[in-house]
Write a protein of this length. Structure first.
Lengths: 281, 354
């Protein structure tokens, strides 16, 4: 019997500091057994359990895109026991990953549609996966206009800087970046919060436009009225939830919100679905 | 399948014969309570108790269980890689469990054995276990099995059902697993199957008549989940709760668990341990945010899960078999039967009428 709790062994291949305060790091993992990479076939929006041997597991969204081969990437904020230990690990260290887990952004529905991505802070990880995926030459023709709104607290907390700059220079994606506060004279992006930027520069709603929103609760709270004002139907607003998890496969019972399990029935839900559910996330 | 008549004089010798091929488990009287324990040589189950304090779930799903081992020693070839345990559960039989506990395994199986994911620890232990039930003839005052999908002589989930006839037991095999178990014993006296069936049915209906406690669940499925969730009675229901978690630990159908790494020097095990939705830590995020930080939210979660979420998800009744353990064990007398009544008629409830 296949053991769904057994992580694939991986080696840390690259560690990047994403924030000036070094509290956010991206990790590239390489599978020790190459055939495990085939088994780990994922779609943007899914997550995995990162298993730090001797400390435990944490559920983290997959930041790499399935179009990127040879590694998987995760961006992890230093918060608790496991993530703090992970932040102290070095390139070459061995650990495990278990997944892919959960559902994904509805790529079957998003095909042929305009996509507005709205993200805040380090919740941008699975959105990065989605952008890389949509911009892949083989996939770009499958999508209409792509808008990206990213808000960070201050310029030092801008993650994926080089990639964002490169996307900003392209003519097939509209990138809008803002910092809540900025006293850095070299800051070349907007100042202010995401919802007001999205209100100013976001495309109007129509049947063929979907918003994918992922960020901290406060950003979501103020973004939803803007999307409502712009006329987005609630089944056109796609969100990703987080909850404390252990198994990640719908068995241990930790992450339910109402009858849905965030790990298995989610983490991706439409706002229309969330409206009917208990808000226990 | 052959129904066996076990003369009480041959009961213990038959058990000794079975111990050669099975590990036998059964209730033991620990003075303060009955608990399932392994039956060593010359030990027979004590079948005089009404029901065990802890349910039989721990026999298949231990309260604490190793999942993997690992080494952190860089000199070991496989350091930092999780290794599955090579031990598999051996054949065992539980003798004298009540029918409600067996039915509970069928409910819990829906969680551990799904089309997408199979929990090997639970499934392997469940498959290695033969469930020998003892029909209830004197139900407890807190038993409400007949309105919770089970019953005093229910055969659901059992491999063999026993009926105590004073001088002898009727042993009726229900599954091939149960038949194989009986044939490994030294009990060979066959009994007329229709007579046995008649005796079981009569005993079952006599016991059912002694059950005085009922729940009503007919509205739960059709109610909108959020109507019950937002009903006004949850503050009252949860007021006295001390979040001790006893209800979840004694419950045969509560299945939640935690996973932890336990390291000693350079070696360790990844463990799983029963967890409880009554504990604030159960849902605490790394950020400090807690979706069920309030007691009322946690108490509501437990009852909503058993009596609404489970009902909606599996469309196969409630996640409760009516064993009454949570009612008996709760230190502050929170009673699932009363809560079920409120949930079944949320429109009538303004507060938790005592």
């Amino acid at each position: 019997m296949l053991n769904p709790y057994l992580p694939y062994p991986v080696r840390i291949d690259e560690i990047t500091n994403e924030w000036d305060d070094r509290n956010l790091k991206s990790f590239k993992f390489v599978f020790l057994n190459p055939e495990d990479e085939q088994k780990f076939a994922y779609k943007p929006g899914q997550f995995a359990e990162l298993s730090v041997t001797g400390k435990g597991e944490i559920p983290i969204g997959i930041a790499s895109s399935p179009t990127e081969k040879g590694f998987v990437k995760f961006t992890v904020n230093k918060v608790g026991l496991v993530s703090s230990h992970l932040h102290n690990m070095k390139v070459g260290d061995i650990m495990g990953i278990r997944g892919p887990l959960g559902n994904w952004y509805p790529w079957e529905i998003l095909k042929g549609k305009n996509v507005v991505i709205i993200g805040g802070g380090f919740a941008f990880t699975t959105l990065r996966s989605s952008i890389v995926y949509m911009l892949d030459p083989a996939n770009r023709k499958d999508f209409g206009d792509i808008h990206v709104f990213l808000g960070v607290r201050n310029p030092g907390m801008l993650l994926y800087r080089d990639e964002l700059a490169a996307w900003g220079a392209r003519d097939d994606i509209h990138v809008h970046i803002t910092a809540d506060f900025a006293d850095d004279p070299n800051w070349k992006y907007n100042v202010g919060n995401v919802p007001s930027l999205a209100e100013k520069k976001g495309p109007p709603a129509d049947e063929n436009t979907y918003a994918v929103v992922c960020g901290p609760p406060v950003m979501i709270k103020f973004t939803q009225p803007v999307l409502d004002k712009q006329g987005y139907a609630h089944d056109h607003i796609i969100m990703s939830l987080e909850n404390r998890m252990k198994c990640g496969i719908g068995i241990c019972g930790h992450c339910n919100t109402g009858k849905e399990l965030v790990c298995k029935d989610g983490p991706v839900f439409t706002l229309a679905q969330l409206n009917k559910m208990a808000k226990e996330y | 399948m052959k129904v066996i008549k076990i003369d009480k004089g041959k009961w213990e010798s038959g058990l000794e014969a079975l111990k050669k091929s099975y590990t036998l488990l059964g209730p033991k009287n620990l003075n303060h309570s009955f608990e399932f324990k392994e039956l060593k040589a010359n030990e027979a189950p004590d079948l005089t108790g009404l029901n065990t304090r802890m349910s039989a779930k721990g026999l298949v799903y231990p309260q604490s269980q190793a999942m993997f081992t690992y080494t952190l020693d860089q000199n070991d070839a496989d350091h930092h890689i999780m290794k599955p345990l090579d031990k598999k559960p051996s054949k065992r039989a539980v003798i004298g469990m009540r029918p409600c506990d067996a039915d509970a395994f069928l409910l819990v199986k829906r969680n551990f054995d799904t089309p997408e994911y199979k929990d090997p620890y639970w499934i392997e232990a469940y498959e290695a276990t033969v469930l020998i039930g003892l029909a209830c003839t004197d139900p407890c005052g807190t038993c409400f099995c007949t309105t919770a999908g089970s019953g005093p002589a229910s055969e659901k989930g059992l491999d063999v059902i026993l009926l105590d006839k004073k001088d002898y037991f009727i042993a009726k095999p229900i599954t091939a697993k149960g038949e194989a178990f009986l044939s490994a014993s030294s009990w060979t006296e066959e009994m007329n199957a229709s007579q046995a069936e008649k005796d079981l049915q009569e005993a079952g209906s006599a016991a059912e008549k002694k059950i005085t406690s009922f729940i009503h669940t007919e509205n739960l499925r059709d109610k909108v989940s959020m109507e019950i969730y937002n009903a006004p009675f949850w503050e009252d229901v949860s007021f006295s709760c001390i979040n001790c978690g006893t209800c979840t630990f004694v419950c045969p159908t509560c299945w939640c668990f935690d996973i932890q790494d336990e390291t000693h020097k350079n070696k360790g095990v990844r463990m799983r341990n029963w967890d409880s939705c009554m504990f604030p830590l159960f849902t605490l995020h790394g950020s400090g945010h807690n979706p069920r930080g309030e007691k009322v939210q946690r108490v509501r979660q437990r009852f909503m899960h058993k009596l609404k979420y489970y009902v909606d998800k599996y469309e196969n009744g409630i996640q409760c078999v009516g064993c009454g353990r949570c009612v008996r064990s709760c230190p502050v007398n929170i009673d699932i039967r009363r809560v079920c009544e409120l949930m079944n008629h949320p429109e009538n409830a303004t507060c938790a009428a005592q």
